[in-house]
Design a protein around this ligand. Structure first.
Ligand SMILES: *Cc1c(COP(=O)(O)O)cnc(C)c1O
Length: 413
């Protein structure tokens, strides 16, 4: 079939790939074991010579495989591995592609748990340097002879910083580094990191792709751009496969199979259902976020508003050039931080909850919650003030959201 539009591909993909009884979506395969008529086929699945077979659900099921195909299609990649959570996808990627003595350079503006994971990597002998990746020259000067990988997020949470995605991609291409881009906030509906040279793309499927806040999942997608034949850390066992397959093969065996953070078929199905409306949701929630950001920027009780769709945002031009929209994520400062509790409690629609990319708007004060453990010094270094609120815009009607903020902000004085 001719190359289709993005959403057409999502909603027809299962059917075209073939399902039993003409079902239009993949059924939920609950089997852990998979049996064969001929033992040669069982052996073939173990040895990888029988493609597309299953043997044990920790390494995948027909339902998780269908989701993997869908994510590959969305990211324009060559293959995907799904995990039980986004953190599992990130952990498996780092632990299988980095060895003790290697060096990882990361943006300093990353998801809190990813930052915490860097601490674990250090205890295992992996060196980690974090830099302000909005400036590619800082990334360049952090590079050492043992650097293997660069890691960034497309839009950071909660500050909405956008790294020099293109510039870092060029550095990685020249040097043969693995360029790992966490696309969770933008999702492939707004941006495909392959366009800036990413080698591997991470999505926490829990967030934008599922969108309903009713399933956990994560994915790592190989864009096909890095020649794994030239990447040092592939084990001999996996060197026997075609060079383009070696990276994901090692992540599937050493990460998914051995570490065991598998996605269940039930959750994969739930994520695939959410993914059908990905573009519609992201459009509505991004439109809402922009309208709210403009409203808040003009409000006397509010200080800075961090949203890449505003001209005041330092990376506004990059967002315009690379993304189809500035996403559903914004944060803003209440000028009088002492009024924060009252203002947030006065909001009727936004749910006071952590989590991101739900159909419902979510709000959370940043300093006393997600950045509490980080401590005051880290918060100051990351520009997180006591009055900072993070908002994940949902798909509600915008007039209702603005009216709600209007009444709640009366308590800010
Ligand atoms: C939530 C999140 C993760 C982790 O995903 P989980 O599915 O919650 O494990 C990773 N990266 C980013 C940017 C996130 O927002």
């Amino acid at each position: 079939m001719d190359k289709q539009g993005f959403t057409t591909g999502i909603v027809h993909g299962d059917r075209i790939a073939g399902t039993e009884h003409g079902g239009v979506r993949q059924p939920i395969h609950t089997s852990v074991q998979y049996g064969f008529e001929r033992v040669e086929d069982l052996i073939g699945v173990f040895q990888g010579t029988k493609k597309g077979g299953f043997n044990y659900a920790r390494q995948g099921t027909p339902t998780t495989a269908a989701l993997e195909r869908k994510i590959t299609q969305l990211e324009d990649g060559v293959g995907t591995i799904c995990f039980g959570t986004g953190m599992a996808a990130i952990t498996a990627t780092f632990l299988t592609l980095l060895l003790a003595g290697d060096h990882l350079v990361s943006s300093k503006y990353v998801f809190g748990n990813t930052n915490s994971l860097f601490g674990t990597l250090k205890t295992l002998g992996v060196e980690v340097t974090t830099v302000d990746a909005c400036d590619a020259s800082q990334v360049k000067s952090a590079i050492r002879p043992n650097t293997r990988m660069l890691f960034v997020e497309t839009i950071a949470n909660p500050g909405t910083q956008i790294p020099d995605l293109q510039g870092i991609g060029e550095v990685c291409r020249e040097r043969g580094f693995a360029y790992v881009v966490d696309n969770t906030i933008t999702s492939p509906a707004l941006f495909k990191p392959k366009a800036v040279g990413a080698s591997l793309v991470i999505n926490s499927l829990t967030k934008t792709v599922a969108g309903h806040g009713a399933a956990l999942g994560g994915a790592v997608t190989d864009t096909g751009l890095l020649d794994w034949g030239g990447y040092p850390n592939i084990a001999d066992d996996y060197r026997r496969s075609a060079s383009k397959e070696q990276g994901l093969l090692q992540i599937r065996k050493k990460g998914l199979r051995d570490m065991g953070a598998a996605l269940s078929s039930e959750q994969a199905h739930s994520i695939a259902m959410g993914a059908e409306t990905l573009v519609l949701r992201v459009k509505q929630s991004s439109d809402n976020a922009l309208a709210l950001a403009r409203f808040l920027e003009g409000h006397e009780a509010i200080g800075k508003v961090f949203y890449p769709g505003l001209k005041s945002h330092p990376q506004y031009e990059i967002a315009q050039a690379l993304f189809k929209g500035a996403s559903w994520l914004l944060s803003f400062e209440l000028l009088n931080a002492e009024r924060m509790i009252d203002v947030v409690n006065a909001l009727k629609l936004p749910i006071k909850a952590t989590g991101l990319a739900d159909t419902r708007t979510l709000i959370i004060p940043v300093a006393p919650t997600i950045f509490f453990e980080a401590g005051a010094d880290t918060r100051r270094a990351m520009g997180i003030s006591d009055g900072l609120l993070r908002l994940s815009a949902g798909i509600e009607d915008i007039d209702d959201l603005i009216a709600d903020f209007e009444q709640a902000l009366k308590r800010a004085a």
